[in-house]
Design a protein around this ligand. Sequence first.
Ligand code: PMP
Length: 363
Amino acid sequence: MSALAIEYQAINLSQGFPDYPMSDELIGLTWEAMKAGYNQYAPMPGWPALREAIAAKIQWLYKRPVNPSTEITITPGGTYGIYTAITTAVRPGDEVIVFEPAYDSYIPNVEICGGIPVCIPLKFPDYRIDWDLVRSRISSRTRMILLNSPHNPTGIVFGEQDILQLMSIVRGTSICLVSDEVYEHLIYDGKEHLSMLRYPELFERSFVVFSFGKVYHNTGWKMGYCVAPAPLMTEYRKIHQFQAFSCHAPVQVALASFMKNRESYLFLPQFFQEKRDLFRDLLKQTRFDPLPCSGSYFQLVKYDRISQEGDKAFSVRLTKEHRVATVPLSAFYQDGQDDHVLRLCFAKQSQTLEEAVNRLKKI
Ligand code: PMP
């Protein structure tokens, strides 16, 4: 959709990335690190000061002591972090529970490792997890459950009940968890992010994945990290060592000092909530119906007051004729399930959102 957006000079609300600048200070710190000579390989698990800063953040936010030497690895992005976790734990024939709609890398990653994705639908329109259904799909071959909260593309977030259900399902099994928490700070209406890091019983079997790109408005930097208990992280690093070995050194040096300032991420829920509220408010001028959004920077909209076309055909037409690019939700399902829903990214300047709605209201 991004390629089509460029071709038709459409406003691109399809891919998840901001259209406003990242922090000048962080750019300056990276430049300084380069000038100071931090231009050779960083250690395989990541720059030590960055891992220490991450451990301090986790202790402060999620009240979990993690050992920066043995339990944190810096990765070239969150997607890589997830793939490496899957590669670490999944062997041919293993079953992996994946909730659909799903971030597009999960299922191919499982399949590359010879795993069998067991897809569980999050049902339109509230997309809650049906834990009884999950229970019924667990078998002796279930190796992993892939979790994502706040969730892309639906914007749902875990509540206490989800955590309790998850605990009761995995207790006494050897199922491990990959928890994609790249939207940890993009959570609204005073809700708290229920990270796997908060729950010792869940963390002991988890690979928890984060992305600096989502936190610091620089998705093009492709930097992230994975946190896992030492025995799991030891295995994870055996894969990482021969996949990427290490990541961009000067950026790690810069992030280590930048992230010590908690304000660098604490303003994010409010910042994005304002964008969400503005966008939802503007959408009232259109015939698109927004679904609830508690987290992430994606807004789902239903369009069946406008058209009965399939979502792919409709979003292509929207891009070509009305010059607003979106993602059809069927793209997040293996079987192309189509509930006439589109995903729009609101990590944009107000004027971009206003101009997009000016175009959408004409439909
Ligand atoms: N998980 C989800 C749910 C995402 O939306 C994204 C980014 N689109 C990622 C992981 C990957 O983040 P990164 O760009 O750091 O690879």
